[in-house]
Design a binder for this molecule. Sequence first.
Ligand code: DAT
Ligand code: MG
Length: 238
Amino acid sequence: MASQVCKSASRAARSLLSASKASRFHSQGRAVGAAAAVSLSSKVPFWSSSHGRGGSGSGSASSWISGAIALPAAAYMFQDQEVHAAELERTFIAIKPDGVQRGLISEIISRFERKGYKLVGIKVVIPSKDFAKQHYHDLKERPFFDGLCDFLSSGPVIAMVWEGQGVITYGRKLIGATDPQKSEPGTIRGDLAVVVGRNIIHGSDGPETAKDEIKLWFKPEELVSFTSNAEKWIYGAN
Ligand code: DAT
Ligand code: MG
C-alpha cells in the first residue's frame, strides 16, 4: 500500500517536472543534460556504466528527507535531484605522459577525489600526434606547439572527466599555474612539477573548452551519470 502511494507520488512528481525538463536540457548543455536525465529516469545501477547507461545510484533522495508525507516528499525528491544535477558541471582532466611515467596517477586522482569531485569517465590512451594537435589547436601559433604535441603523443595519457559544482574553475585551482615555477605550493603543479614543458596535468580552462575537450576525448557512452553515496554529505545548505 505504502509503496503504491510512493509510486503514484513519483509519477505525479515526474509529470510535474516534465514540462520544464526539456527546455533545461537544451539550455544547460550536453553533460549537465545527461546527468539530469539519468537522475530522473533510470533505475539501472551505476556499475552498469561500462554498457553505456548510468543510474541514479543507491540510497536515493528518499533517504535525504524524513517525516514528510508521500506526495510532497516525492515531488521534493525529484525537484531536489534535478536542481542538484543542474548545478553539476563537467571538466576534462588529463595526466600527461610525464605524470604517468613518474607514477603520479593515484596522487593526482586522489586530490580531485578527496575534494569531493566525482569521476565519471577515465581511460588510458596514447594519443596520435594529429589528435594532440586537435587538442592543443588554440596554441598552433606558439613556438612550442610542435614540441608540445610530440610530447603529449609520446606515451600513455590518463584521460578523465570529473564532475561537481564549480569543477572547471576549481579544478584549475587544484592544478595550479601553467608554469610550475609560479604554481603555489599545495597545488598539483606546485607540489609535483618543476618546468612548464613537463607540468604533468591538463585541465579545461572554461565551460566551452570543457565541452569541446570532453567531446574530443570521450564518446558519450564512455561517460556515466550516477549519484554517489557521498553526495548528500558533500552538497547541502543549512
Ligand atoms: P595550461 O596547461 O595551464 O592550460 P596553456 O593552455 O597555456 O596552459 O598551455 C598548454 C600547455 O603548453 C602547458 O600546459 C604547457 C605548454 N606550454 C605553455 N606555455 C609554454 C611555454 N612558454 N613554453 C613551453 N611550453 C609551454
Ligand atoms: Mg590550456
